[in-house]
Design a protein around this ligand. Structure first.
Ligand SMILES: Cc1cc2nc3c(=O)[nH]c(=O)nc-3n(C[C@H](O)[C@H](O)[C@H](O)COP(=O)(O)O)c2cc1C
Length: 221
């Protein structure tokens, strides 16, 4: 028997793993980071092969692990963990210092950072396990670290709630005339109050510009 729920009882911390490629920074939220050896001090990081950071680490052979404080907000984890550098530059508007490897060390909401030089890598199916020898380690604060259990209990529900709110308040585009229905504005001229999600508009409503019905609208990403 394999009851995968059992795996949820393993304990972890929560980190931002950063790397770089040709001067560009990228990073992601990670729990699968751990010390594997004391001498030389060595860190393991399990990185999904389709993460952009995976390609950066595989290429430049350096990564940094910033250790999140228990006060780290949901927005920070959403930023690093639910968005990909394949789509946007995640390193803009972050507070960091540059480490000796060139990697960004996240200084806000983190306790400290460890930089590593990759000494080995193991194929583990969906992920690669990178082993990195520690080349620098520094503390930024004496606060307590965030655990994965705290994340699951306190932060994940917040993230889920804000994601579903975001979905409810999605904008819709008329495929005929490109009019955008914005739920925060509604369509007061047709009796649709601001704050009305597209899904709750009556089926009798028509596009205020070209008069086609709701079936001609598609969500805007
Ligand atoms: C709480 C949390 C923990 C995560 N842990 C890992 C992890 O240990 N390894 C991993 O490869 N991805 C992990 N992820 C997923 C990556 O953060 C996510 O795929 C990210 O968008 C990849 O970013 P990138 O493509 O810019 O590298 C985690 C996500 C969250 C929210």
């Amino acid at each position: 028997m394999i009851n995968l729920a059992t795996l949820n009882k393993l304990t972890y911390g929560l980190y931002i793993v950063t790397s770089l490629d040709q001067g560009r920074c990228n990073g992601f939220a990670a729990d699968a980071v751990f010390q594997v050896s004391a001498n030389p001090p060595t860190i393991g990081a399990c990185i999904k092969k389709d993460n952009l950071t995976h390609d950066f680490v595989a290429k430049t052979k350096v990564f940094a692990v910033s250790i999140l404080a228990e006060t780290a907000p949901a927005e920070l984890i959403r930023h690093w963990g639910l968005k990909s550098g394949h789509q946007e530059d995640k390193c803009v508007n972050t507070e960091y210092k540059t480490g000796i490897t060139g990697c960004h060390l996240i200084t806000k909401d983190s306790l400290g950072a460890i930089e590593c030089q990759v000494i080995n890598a193991f194929d583990a199916g969906s992920h690669t396990i990178f082993l990195g020898e520690v080349v620098s380690a520094e503390m930024f604060s004496e606060r307590e670290p965030l655990t994965y259990t705290q994340y699951r209990k306190n932060i994940k529900p917040d993230i889920k709630q804000s994601e579903s709110k975001r979905d409810i308040m999605k904008k819709y585009r008329c495929v005929v005339c490109d009019y955008i229905y914005d739920p925060s504005l509604g369509d007061p001229d047709s009796g649709i109050a601001p704050g009305t999600p597209f899904e709750q508009i009556p089926d009798t409503w028509v596009c205020p510009i070209c008069q086609v019905d709701k079936s001609n609208f598609e969500p805007v990403d």
